[in-house]
Design a protein around this ligand. Structure first.
Ligand SMILES: Cc1cc2nc3c(=O)[nH]c(=O)nc-3n(C[C@H](O)[C@H](O)[C@H](O)COP(=O)(O)OP(=O)(O)OC[C@H]3O[C@@H](n4cnc5c(N)ncnc54)[C@H](O)[C@@H]3O)c2cc1C
Length: 372
């Protein structure tokens, strides 16, 4: 079954690419990463051509929960343990920048995507996690992050976090990229990508630079340490009462839920209960995961009618940070979002635009695709 978001919005219907063409920058993939890259690069004045095998936002970008969180999936203490305090803070600032960019672009381009800033709840699943959630809040508060604890729920509320309709956002951003001069071709699958050429089965694009933004599908085109991982969700018909106050992210990010402005409930995740099964590119729901999503839903709202169940494919990197920059082959990549592409990709698209202009940013080394 398709996602609630894709079910609601018809594709814009961009034509396929049927003859050879040229571009300053060719982009493969039109999820949030490819589209954000196209937007920033086009606004910089370069001639951009995007090829997308399916339709804009039809893969993970149209199948997620629409959370715009700061930070990575892990809490800040866990992130600091993994990356070091300074890097963890740097990543935090990058995702805050992503939030600011989304806010600015949505206003500038008048994208109607139900963008709201109700904050998010980071909820601990056990005592150890609760200790980390508390300490994370204390550390980030010192950095002027707006966060408060709710001990009875063992949660921390991050007031700066947002939520949106991902398909409305990404397709709105695609229209803004087109307005800035980009050409988008749907139904056009790249077969090979080198630093100066993209080939499809019908045409070739000669380009000054090539950016591969196919996330989970990267291995088909480039040598990148991305592996496909499945995520599942369900959604309900509108519920008249407020069941979930704000987007919630629980058990180290493995479980999440929210309620849309129209009252529909969304529940996703529970991948931690079937880690070995939830891999690969198959966008298939399983009764094992769906039963657990439904079990949680019934605890919170027994009466809700389930209308949608779906799966999407995420691209996991080796260290849970995206790969942004160029490979030894000269091909640029913007991928490996590890289940957090809405939190990163509007900003990493901007980073790619800067890199293409030869500008180095502080994040360049942190996110370099060949980092150890
Ligand atoms: C269930 C679920 C819930 C999630 N919830 C959240 C959330 O709340 N917040 C968050 O930040 N992230 C979330 N994510 C992750 C987020 O959806 C992804 O990180 C993000 O969408 C990745 O965007 P992308 O553009 O890199 O990849 P995609 O959206 O997968 O786009 C890649 C595109 O490349 C195209 N493509 C592939 N191969 C080719 C080819 N050879 N030629 C041409 N085109 C090609 C595909 O068709 C696809 O459209 C969730 C993911 C899932 C599955």
């Amino acid at each position: 079954m398709t996602s609630i978001w894709l079910d609601e919005i018809a594709p814009d219907g961009y034509p396929s690419l049927d003859e050879d063409t040229t571009a300053d920058v060719a982009i493969v993939g039109a999820g949030v990463a490819g589209v954000a890259t196209a937007y920033h690069v086009s606004r910089g004045g370069a001639k951009v051509v995007v090829v997308e095998a399916r339709t804009v936002a039809e893969a993970a970008s149209g199948r997620n929960a629409g959370f715009l969180l700061a930070g990575v999936a892990e809490n800040f203490v866990a992130a600091a343990r993994r990356y070091g305090e300074n890097r963890a803070l740097h990543i935090w600032r990058l995702t805050e920048h992503n939030q600011r960019l989304v806010r600015e672009i949505v206003a500038r381009e008048r994208i109607r995507c139900d963008l709201a800033w109700n904050g998010s709840a980071q909820i601990a699943g056990d005592d150890e996690e609760w200790a980390e959630v508390r300490e994370s809040a204390a550390r980030l508060k010192k950095e002027a992050v707006r966060v408060r604890l709710v001990p009875e729920d063992r949660s921390a509320i991050y007031d700066g976090d947002g939520e949106l309709h991902p398909v409305r956002y990404v397709r709105g951003l695609a229209r803004a990229a087109v307005k800035a001069g980009a050409r988008i071709h749907e139904g056009t699958r790249a077969i090979t990508a080198t630093k100066s050429e993209v080939r499809t089965d019908r045409a070739r694009i000669r380009a000054g630079a090539v950016v591969v933004c196919v996330n989970a599908y990267s291995q088909h085109l480039v040598r990148l340490r991305v592996r496909p991982v499945r995520g599942q969700m369900l959604a309900t018909a509108p519920v008249a009462r407020r069941v979930f106050e704000r987007p919630a992210y629980a058990n180290r990010g493995y479980r999440y839920w929210r309620q849309r402005p129209d009252g529909r409930l969304l529940v996703g995740g529970w991948r931690d209960t079937a880690v070995d099964e939830e891999v690969g590119e198959d966008e298939r729901t399983t009764s094992r995961i769906q039963k657990q999503l439904e079990g949680f839903l019934r605890e919170r709202c027994a009466e809700a009618e389930i209308t949608h169940r779906w799966a999407g494919t995420m691209g996991f990197s080796h260290d849970a940070l995206p790969y942004v920059g160029h490979l030894a082959s000269g091909v640029f990549v913007n991928a490996g979002f590890t289940g957090h592409g809405m939190a990163f990709a509007t900003a990493t698209g901007e980073l790619i635009a800067d890199l293409l202009r030869g500008e180095k940013r502080p994040e360049t080394d942190l996110l370099a695709p060949d980092r150890p």
